[in-house]
Design a protein around this ligand. Structure first.
Ligand SMILES: [Zn+2]
Length: 344
């Protein structure tokens, strides 16, 4: 992920790239955000910038091996820590599990949407939301990893998502590493509740306030429902092979009150296409579908062709991108509906 891929918070992007350019990077930072404001995305873009082999114009190149690895979440020297416990997807004794046991699920979720919120994470990991913590076993895993030499010659980082879920014992274990990290080792944390982060940890971190970006706040459930309904209407017309009805939904979409809302629709529908794809591949359990939505997606997966998810997702992401520019919305949504109609 490049800084340019993230909307808003330009001051923070400039501050982060400036730190990297000057080679003066604080070894511990805590990014305070309202859920879904992009703190994790900023951290990923920052790590990508730090380790890019060909930075230019205040951003990473997006093309070198290190950029590729960072965007694929396969960069060997970034360790992700987040709250978890045993659950429906990873069984076993909770206190012996570490983030390695959840690494694959975490990676899928972040790649799908780095703006995910807490409930989305619990659902995705298959755990009860009140139970997730950053455990002593995980603290051990972090210290062990830091005791090994870096794989690359760049910066390495421990990214902690929700340090407020770290218990006292784990925090104590990590204090020394946070206070006196080895060279080019960073602790980068995302908190939603800074007052709940243990003071011993918070006081050792530079605090950065990530501002909510208008139009980017996580859609509340009612807004989500509205998008779902519109998408449902569209797919209903498409599956009935009623082109005029489908075009009528396209007109409603073109008449939505803001471009942000239209983009939100494209993102929502793109996610829906991915869910359909996963069900068609027999991987419904990792699709992150709420029980109440499951019949809706199962029906689509059954009735749509195997080519549908890919074609629809590509049309939707193109539409989302075009909405960022000066495009005629009516034409755009007519084209979009036609492409979805043809992709079935
Ligand atoms: Zn690069």
């Amino acid at each position: 992920m490049r800084f340019a891929d993230i909307k808003g918070n330009d001051d923070i992007k400039r501050a982060l790239s400036g730190m990297a350019d000057r080679g003066r990077v604080p070894h511990a930072m805590i990014f305070h955000e309202n859920e879904g404001s992009g703190a994790l995305a900023l951290i990923l873009a920052f790590m990508q910038y730090l380790n890019c082999k060909n930075r230019h114009d205040g951003d990473s190149c997006g093309e070198c091996i290190s950029c590729h690895q960072t965007s694929n979440l396969t960069y060997p020297d970034i360790h992700f820590t987040f709250p978890f416990t045993s659950g429906t997807k990873v069984a076993g004794e909770a206190k012996s599990l570490t983030c390695y046991d959840y690494a694959q699920l975490w990676r899928q979720l972040v790649l799908r949407n780095p703006y995910f919120g807490e409930n989305e994470l619990w659902e995705w990991l298959g755990i009860d939301k009140k139970q997730g913590i950053i455990s002593v076993a995980e603290g051990d895993a972090i210290l062990h990893e830091l005791s090994l030499s870096s794989v690359s010659d760049g910066y390495r980082a421990v990214v902690v998502w929700l340090p407020e879920k770290m218990n006292q014992q784990t925090a104590n274990m990590l204090l020394k590493a946070i206070e006196e990290p080895s060279d080019k080792t960073l602790f980068l944390m995302v908190t939603h509740s800074p007052e709940d982060v243990l003071q011993t940890i918070a006081s050792r971190c530079l605090s950065i306030r990530v501002l909510p970006v208008p139009g980017l706040e996580r859609a509340e459930r009612p807004a989500d429902m509205e998008l779902r309904d519109r998408f449902g209407d569209l797919m209903d017309a498409v599956l009935r092979r009623d082109f005029l009805d489908a075009l009528a939904v396209g007109e409603e979409l073109a008449a939505m009150e803001s471009r942000e809302k239209q983009k939100a629709f494209c993102i929502f529908a793109g996610e829906a296409a991915r869910k359909v794809f996963l069900i068609q591949q027999g991987a419904a359990s990792v699709a992150g579908i709420r029980p109440e939505d499951s019949a809706f997606y199962e029906n689509l997966a059954e009735k749509c062709s195997k080519a549908f998810p890919r074609k629809a997702a590509s049309a939707l992401s193109r539409a989302e991108m075009l909405l960022g520019g000066n495009v005629n919305q009516k034409i755009l949504f007519t084209m979009l509906v036609s492409r979805i109609f043809a992709s079935i």
